[in-house]
Design a binder for this molecule. Structure first.
Ligand code: IMP
Length: 206
């Protein structure tokens, strides 16, 4: 059971400070998130990526597949900037559980329900880190006889790769920091933030 609850979230241009109060002892801790990518930088990148995708696929139908949960904010902004005949579906995978380090084993919890055979697939990820999820999904959609397969990721951490993967559309290359916001979480928190922040799990109060 979580004993701490968020009291206030103080937003400035550079940081978010989230104060936690322990229900039993009144002990208060503060988590400071440092901004890495601003809301306006994200929105510029989304528009740029949508334009690239639209140009590449022209009027061809596209099945856009979001990887839950991290991609849902990015995906919803991205598809609303694209003038293309699209379908949308989601897959749910896990490799992280409640940690900031991947277990290295990707598990599929929910696959797509939309027929895939002969379709152009665009997987939308929040971040490509080790590349294991991307590799898993490429094989998954090849087995389902997709016509083409591409990946669009808002963030790419190439220094963390454990397996080579091609990320066809990248918003930002980022260094090896744990990031939250704009869909990305730490223990299911911070997804609602409009910008991307770095989080030091050692100082996080959750
Ligand atoms: P990969 O399989 O290691 O490439 O990891 C992909 C998934 O790990 C992403 O879709 C995220 O859910 C999670 N992940 C990797 N790095 C981060 C991070 O910095 N913050 C939050 N989630 C992350």
């Amino acid at each position: 059971m979580k004993l701490k609850m968020a009291l206030t979230a103080v937003l400035t241009d550079a940081t978010v400070q989230i104060h936690f109060k322990d229900r039993c002892s009144n002990y208060v801790t503060t988590t400071t998130l440092e901004i890495v990518i601003s809301e306006s930088q994200i929105q510029e990148a989304v528009a740029r990526l949508a334009q690239l995708i639209q140009t590449d696929y022209k009027d061809q139908p596209l099945l856009v597949v979001g990887v839950l949960h991290g991609s849902f904010v990015f995906l919803s902004d991205l598809i609303r900037q694209m003038q293309l005949p699209i379908q949308v579906d989601f897959v749910r995978l896990s490799s992280y559980d409640e940690a900031t380090e991947t277990s290295g084993v990707v598990r599929l919890h929910h696959g797509v329900r939309t027929p895939v055979e002969g379709k152009n697939i665009l997987v939308v990820e929040d971040i490509v880190d080790t590349g294991l999820t991307a590799k898993f999904l490429r094989e998954y959609f090849e087995d389902l006889d997709a016509a083409t397969f591409r990946i669009c990721a808002l963030l790419d951490k190439p220094v963390r790769r454990r397996t080579p993967v091609t990320v066809d559309y990248v918003g930002f290359e980022v260094p090896d920091q744990f990031l939250v916001g704009y869909g990305l979480d730490y223990n299911q928190r911070y997804r609602e933030l409009r910008a991307v922040y770095s989080l030091d799990p050692q100082t996080d109060g959750s």
